[in-house]
Design a protein around this ligand. Structure first.
Ligand code: GLV
Ligand code: MN
Ligand code: MN
Length: 413
C-alpha cells in the first residue's frame, strides 16, 4: 500500500514508453505514429480517471478536473511527451505522469479544490522536429500565429500546418489556442533536472528560480564539391572544414560569455554529398545558444556570427543564417516558489533553489501566467540520452510536492 503511488508512477511512465520507434532509447517525434498513439492512450487514461478531455488546434491535450467554483480561473500543470532522437523515458513524461497522478489522488480522496486543475500535454516541446521548441506553449503565448504555421517546416520540408491538418486538428478554431494574462491562476510543471546539481548536493527537490532560453539558428554553408584526391589543399572550398572552424568559434564565444549559464551547441549537421572521397560542397547545421540573461545571449550570438562570417569569407564559402527562434529567459513566480519552499520545509523534504539550463514549456506559459517548476534528480545529470534515469521514488517525492502545491493554489481566492 505504502508503495502504491510509486508503482503507479512507474507503470504509467513505462506504459507511455512503449509508444516509441524500434531502436536505441526512446524516440517519439511529434505527430509520428508513436506519438499520436501515446496521445490516444493518455486521453483515454484521462477519461478513465474522471477528467474532462479537450484538444486544441495546435494539438495541446488537456485533462481537466473541475473545481467547486467554476467562475475561478484554473490552475495548470503538465509537460510534454515528444522526445529527441534516442532519448530516455523521463524527459517530459515524468511531469505529465506526476500531474496525472496528482489529480487522480485529489479526485479519489475527494480533496476540496475550488479552482479547476488542468493537466496539459503540450505539443512538440523538443526542437528536434521543427528546429525550435515549445510549439504548443509558444502558440498559446501568441508567439506562433495561424499565418506562421505554413513556414514552420520539419527536416523533410513538411509544414506544421500540413501536419496538423493531416492529423485531424481543426485550424479554423486556432484563435482559441491563444491565452491571455489572467486566464490562468497559476501553473506548476514538474520535470527531471537534466543537470547533476541535485545529485551532487544530495537534494531531493530543485525549486527553479529561472529558466534559460534558447536561440536557434540554421546555418547553410556552400563551397565547392570536388574530388578528394585531385583537388589540392590550396584549391579547396570545403564547406565542412569551414563548418568545423565555425563550431570551434561557437565553443570559444560560449565559453567567453559573461553569464555562467551560456551554452553553445551545434547538434545537427548535414553534409552534402556525405561521401568518403568527395570534398563536402554544402553543410547545413544547427546552432543552439542558451542563457538566463537575454542581453548576454545576444551578445554571444553577435560575436559568434561576426567570427563565423570571417571564417566563411577566408575559406571562400557562402554562409546563409536563418534564425528559427530567439526566446526570452523566464523568472519563476516568487509566490509559487515560496509555496514550494514552504511545503518542502513542512514535509522535511531536502531541496535547493536552482536555475534551469534546459528550457521547458513553462518558458512560454510564464508569459501569461505565474509559473513554478519542480525538479527531481537526474542520475549523473544525464538527459537527452538513453542513459537518462530518475528513480521512481524521487518522482514520487516530486509528485507529492506537486499535489500539495496544486491543492493549495487551487483553493486560493
Ligand atoms: C529541451 O529539452 C531543451 O532542449 O532544453
Ligand atoms: Mn528535452
Ligand atoms: Mn523536457
Amino acid at each position: 500500500m505504502l508503495k502504491y503511488k510509486q508503482l503507479k508512477i512507474e507503470s504509467l511512465i513505462r506504459r507511455i514508453d512503449t509508444f516509441k520507434t524500434i531502436g536505441h532509447g526512446t524516440t517519439r517525434l511529434p505527430f509520428s505514429k508513436e506519438e499520436m498513439e501515446a496521445r490516444k492512450f493518455i486521453a483515454k487514461y484521462m477519461e478513465n480517471i474522471g477528467l474532462t478531455v479537450t484538444e486544441d488546434s495546435i494539438g495541446n491535450l488537456c485533462g481537466c478536473l473541475p473545481g467547486t467554483e467554476p467562475s475561478l480561473t484554473p490552475v495548470w500543470t503538465g509537460s510534454h511527451i515528444d522526445t529527441v532522437l534516442e532519448a530516455g523515458m523521463f524527459d517530459g513524461v515524468a511531469g505529465v505522469v506526476a500531474g496525472l497522478e496528482a489529480v487522480r489522488i485529489i479526485k479519489e480522496n475527494g480533496i476540496l479544490h475550488k479552482r479547476d486543475i488542468c493537466v496539459w500535454i503540450y505539443t512538440s516541446e523538443e526542437s528536434t522536429k521543427f528546429q525550435m521548441g515549445c510549439i504548443g506553449s509558444r502558440a498559446m503565448a501568441g508567439y506562433l500565429t495561424r499565418d506562421e504555421l505554413s513556414s514552420v517546416k520539419d527536416q523533410d520540408g513538411i509544414s506544421l500546418e500540413n501536419l496538423l491538418i493531416e492529423n485531424g486538428f481543426h485550424l479554423d478554431s486556432y484563435d482559441s489556442v491563444l491565452k491571455r494574462k489572467g486566464d490562468v491562476y497559476a501553473a506548476v510543471e514538474l520535470h527531471i533536472e537534466q543537470s547533476p546539481n541535485l545529485e551532487r548536493n544530495q537534494k531531493q527537490i530543485g525549486i527553479v528560480d529561472a529558466i534559460c532560453a534558447p536561440s536557434n539558428l540554421m546555418i547553410t554553408l556552400e563551397g565547392e564539391q570536388s574530388h578528394a584526391g585531385g583537388t589540392s589543399m590550396e584549391m579547396r572550398k570545403d564547406a565542412f572544414m569551414a563548418a568545423s572552424e565555425i563550431c570551434l568559434a561557437l565553443e570559444r564565444c560560449a565559453k567567453c560569455g559573461t553569464s555562467p549559464y551560456t551554452t553553445g551547441t551545434a547538434g545537427f549537421v548535414e553534409l552534402t554529398p556525405n561521401a568518403v572521397n568527395v570534398i563536402p560542397g554544402k553543410v547545413k547545421m544547427s546552432i543552439d545558444v542558451r542563457d538566463c540573461d537575454y542581453k548576454s545571449k545576444n551578445k554571444v550570438i553577435e560575436e559568434f556570427l561576426f567570427e563565423a562570417d570571417l571564417i566563411a569569407k577566408r575559406r571562400k564559402v557562402t554562409m546563409v543564417v536563418e534564425e528559427k527562434c530567439n526566446d526570452m529567459p523566464m523568472k519563476c513566480n516568487a509566490k509559487i516558489t515560496s509555496i514550494l519552499h514552504e511545503i518542502c520545509e513542512k514535509n522535511d523534504v531536502s531541496y535547493m533553489h536552482t536555475i534551469s539550463g534546459a528550457y521547458h514549456d513553462s518558458l512560454f506559459i510564464g508569459t501569461f501566467a505565474p509559473v513554478g517548476m519542480i525538479f527531481v534528480p537526474s542520475k549523473n545529470g544525464i538527459s537527452h540520452s538513453p542513459a537518462e534515469w530518475t528513480d521512481f521514488s524521487d518522482i514520487e517525492v516530486g509528485t507529492n510536492l506537486l499535489t500539495d502545491a496544486l491543492i493549495q493554489l487551487s483553493n486560493e481566492i
